[in-house]
Every structure is written in C-alpha cells, then in structure tokens.
Design a protein around this ligand. Sequence first.
Ligand code: COA
Length: 347
Amino acid sequence: MALYMTSPNLFSFAFGIGTQNNQGEWLEVYYPVPVFQPSAADTQKLSDVLGHAEGNKEYALSNDLLDQLADVLTDSRQIEILGMLKDSVKPCVACLLASDSPITSTPEAYLKLHLLSHRHILPNQIDLTDIFAQLPTVAWTNEGAIDIDELTDAQIRVRAGGGILEVSSVDKFPKMTNYVVPEGVRIAHTARVRLGAYLGEGTTVMHEGFVNFNAGAIGPNMIEGRLSQGVVMQAGSDLGGSASTMGTLSGGGSIVLTIGKDCLLGANAGTGIPLGDRCTIEAGLYITAGTAVLLLDENKAPVKVVKARELAGQNDMLFIRNSQTGVVECRTNQNAIKLNAALHANN
Ligand SMILES: CC(C)(COP(=O)(O)OP(=O)(O)OC[C@H]1O[C@@H](n2cnc3c(N)ncnc32)[C@H](O)[C@@H]1OP(=O)(O)O)[C@@H](O)C(=O)NCCC(=O)NCCS
C-alpha cells in the first residue's frame, strides 16, 4: 500500500533511545528528530558507517559508532543528537528504512508512528501492516516502559524503597506527547492522543477528545469527540463533545472515513459514512451506512428515501432526526460552521 516511491535513497532514518526488557527485546523507542526521505549523500554516509546494504534494519549504537556518524553526517541537528546520546544508560539505536513496507520490528514500528505524529506523512499513506504484532503490550509507568512479565518485580523493588509505581496504562501505544509535541496544538488530556496521531497546526483536543494512531486532523480543528484509526478530518471541522467517527479495527465497519472541511458533528453525534465539505450532523444523531434518510428539497419538501451510504462524501448536507416524526432527514446545509478563529490562531 506504499504510496511513496522507494527511491535509491532511504525512505526514512532516525537515531533513537529506548527501553529493552531483560531479554534484550525492544519495548519502545524515542526518536527525537526522525528524518523523512533523506538526501542521497547522507544515506550513503550512514550506510557506509553502519554497513547497511539493503532492507529495513536497526543497528545498536555504541559510543564509537555515535562518534563515527557525527564525523560524517552534515545535518547539524542530527550531529547534536548523536552527541547527546553518548554515554546513555539506555540502549541507543539507528533505524534505517529502505522502503515503506510491512513492519518487521519494534524500532521500525515506532519510527513510523513518529513520522505520522511529526507530520512527515498523512494517515493512511504509510504501510502499518503488522504493527500490532510488532508492538509489545507494555506497562507505561512513571519509570517508563516495563515489560508486563517484569512488572511485579518492579513494583516490589519500588515499594521496598518506600515508593509506589504508578501504572498509567497497559497498552501497545504510548501517549503521543511523551514522544512528539507538534507545533501549534493544544491537548487538554495528553493520555487521549496516542503516538501515531497526526495533529495539524491550530488543532485543539479537549478533555473528551481522542485521537487514535493513524488518524488525524489536518488543522485547524476542534476535537471534543473521537477520531478513530484511519479517520482524517479536514481543516475547519469540529468534532463535538463525545461525537464519534466509526472505526474499522473492530465491530465490522469497513469504510475508512474522511470528514471534509468546515463540518460539524454535534455533541454525541456520529457518522459511519464519509462526509464532504460543510456538512453538519445534529447533536445526538448517529448516521450509519444503512440509516434510511429522507431527502428534503430546498423548500423542505420530501424527495425520496435513500440509504446514508449513497450520500457518502457529498458536500453541504445537514442531517437531523425530526423530533416529531423520528425520521432522519437530510437537507442542504445553509449554515456551515466556522471555527472560533481566536481559539485556534493562538495555539
Ligand atoms: C442541527 C443543528 C445544527 C440545527 O441548528 P440550527 O440550524 O441553528 O437550527 P434551529 O435550531 O434554528 O432550527 C431551525 C428550525 O428547525 C427546527 N428544528 C431543529 N431541529 C429539529 C429537529 N430535530 N426536529 C424537528 N425540527 C427541528 C427548529 O424548531 C426550527 O424551526 P422554526 O424554523 O420553525 O423555528 C443544531 O440543532 C445542532 O444539533 N447543533 C449542534 C451543536 C453542537 O453540538 N456543537 C458541539 C458542541 S460540543
């Protein structure tokens, strides 16, 4: 599904620092500044030092390799990072992706999630095949990532020292902000945005909002509801309090949703069909693909009943459930929303 061409250069590379379990298996990797589609010159120098011939691979970085890489690379920020990784008590790694292909390791999975959250690539435009197999389920604690099988020992150790180990989640995906904080965003509750989310400039995620990996808001956007995996929302749209975009990971849905520009999903509303630009769904109304919808003309006269899936992706739709008849109606949206400019210009 790779939409980006594999060039003779690398698809991406990054230097990272991470956590391994007692067996030396990776639990997570932090890449401060991943490089997307690096220059041929840097690719060559990097490959020479690491002995990289082909494929997607990771290399343990000793102090000696960190020095050698700093000597040959030209990017001053990468050279700084290499210097800061020296003498690290945690394992350091270089991850090189020759192509955008199915994921074969934990460091590779983390690099791809970083590329999304750093806005190098849009959701659904990078191959995440096998990501669940390559991401271990980890206990995310105030001491960092801990292997589930090693958690009890860690808890005993911390308690014996008079402390308490805070386990904030047990999950494959960490929260994004411990890895990437994109410019110009506000996130009221950081645990609600997973690494691999794409948050564009000017986006606000309120406490009730949630953004999954490989989901995103192009920005500026207001997110007070849930953006499911794969869903992309275009500029100017507002996902109201607890509104829902139907996902495809479980529950049988198969349509990957997009929400166009200047749409409003009212509080507790939801959609299982893609929406074009300037669409509004009334608060509390959930449109599924099979919902029977009565189309109204400009004079609000009934035209015909269609399944909502037939309206997928169309612009300027206003959906309400008529409170007197219970019928779901769709008419031309005359009053598309505008985001509060002051709110989003000052992130
Ligand atoms: C669907 C919605 C956008 C319509 O709002 P609106 O365009 O301002 O429409 P109004 O409330 O002015 O209603 C227009 C007319 O339709 C009628 N109407 C509105 N909703 C109706 C319904 N569900 N059933 C029957 N009639 C309805 C109104 O009574 C009014 O009738 P009138 O012209 O005879 O006075 C609005 O009800 C809504 O759900 N907004 C979402 C807000 C939100 O949740 N934001 C996120 C916050 S977190």
